[in-house]
Design a protein around this ligand. Structure first.
Ligand SMILES: O=P(O)(O)OC[C@@H](O)[C@@H](O)c1c[nH]c2ccccc12
Length: 317
């Protein structure tokens, strides 16, 4: 079955970028060729995904996979992303914090003009973050792989999640060479087979994988895939940007919540978390970690922003 047909059968609404021309040797109806040639994305996530496919094919020319595989052989060992979350959760009794180094987003614009990723990362670490999430997408989030590299080489000890829209296994190798300890796999984009394969690749490269869901169907799919340790529930729809933290509660009730507890998986509550009540709410829903960007990155002192978010000092000291 073609990629999109498999995706549709799994309820994935995001189409992968159609070939810019009809498949080689294709001789079907002309209007079908026209449709594939100039169909445009129907929402922001599809736009990002299509752009990413083109961006990755350009990056591959400059960084061939064979060269990346060689670079991975000499890369420093990864840090234990999942272990850091478990330790922080046990240490503080709060959900472990994955603090996000994010300059901007398509839905909220620029969070911080004078944005120094290393300074922000160091403030997060002082404030008690267990891990960091670093946006590496430049076009839509004003991030970059240079931020990931700079934070790692500045000596920040927190394990780093490369926050990227992965559509190709090449990106996982690339993230590993740029200092990532974990990568994000988005169920709204990737089929079950892709997630399964990319999970195996992450394990091979010593990377953790945060598999992100937004709705019941994606949660059901992900719970059927062997080897997933970390599930992120995004309270924000990446198709509409509507944020509702009750999404975390909804997806952890009933059979899905039971399966997650049985498998001792770590659930990360993502997006739209601003106050101690929000943290308490998702903690009561069953998350053991939270992924937070806007409410702390926009603070003049992100370290204090973390204490404000939790209503107390959760620093390591
Ligand atoms: O800034 P917020 O509302 O605290 O959200 C952080 C993080 O959850 C969000 O940036 C995010 C979660 N999943 C993503 C996937 C792609 C881009 C961004 C994201």
């Amino acid at each position: 079955m073609y990629q999109n047909e498999v995706a549709i059968s799994q309820g994935i609404r995001i189409r992968r970028k159609p070939p810019s021309t009809a498949p080689l040797g294709y001789s079907g109806p002309f209007e079908l060729r026209l449709h594939t040639a100039d169909s445009s994305p129907t929402n922001i996530l599809e736009e990002i995904t299509w752009f990413k496919a083109q961006e990755v094919s350009r990056m591959k020319e400059l960084n061939p996979l064979e060269a990346l595989k060689k670079a991975v052989e000499n890369a420093p060992p990864t840090r234990d992303f999942v272990g850091a979350l478990r330790m922080a959760h046990q240490r503080t009794g709060f959900p472990a914090l994955i603090a996000e180094v994010k300059k901007a987003s398509p839905s909220r614009g620029i969070f911080k003009e004078n944005f120094d990723p290393v300074e922000i990362a160091q403030a997060y670490e002082r404030g008690g973050a267990a891990c960091l999430s670093v946006l590496t997408d430049q076009k839509f989030f004003k991030g970059g792989f240079e931020n990931l590299e700079a934070i790692r080489s500045a000596g920040v000890k927190c394990p780093l999640l490369c926050k990227e829209f992965v559509v190709d296994a090449w990106q996982i190798y690339y993230a590993r060479t740029k200092g990532a300890d974990a990568v994000l796999l988005i169920a709204a984009i990737l089929t079950d087979l892709e997630i399964t394969y990319m999970l195996q690749l992450c394990k091979k490269l010593g990377l953790a994988a945060l598999v992100e869901v937004h709705d019941e169907r994606e949660m059901g799919r992900v719970l059927g895939i062997e080897g997933i340790e970390l599930v992120g529930i995004n309270n924000r729809s990446l198709e509409t940007f509507i944020v509702d933290i009750s999404n975390t509660k909804k997806l952890l009730e009933g059979e899905h919540g039971r399966q997650i507890r049985e498998k001792d998986m770590i659930v990360v509550g993502e997006s739209g978390l601003f106050t101690p009540d929000d943290i308490a709410y998702v903690q009561a829903a069953g998350v053991k970690a939270v992924l937070v960007g806007e409410s702390i990155v926009k603070q003049s002192d992100p370290e204090k922003g973390i204490a404000g978010l939790f209503g107390r000092d959760i620093s390591h000291a």
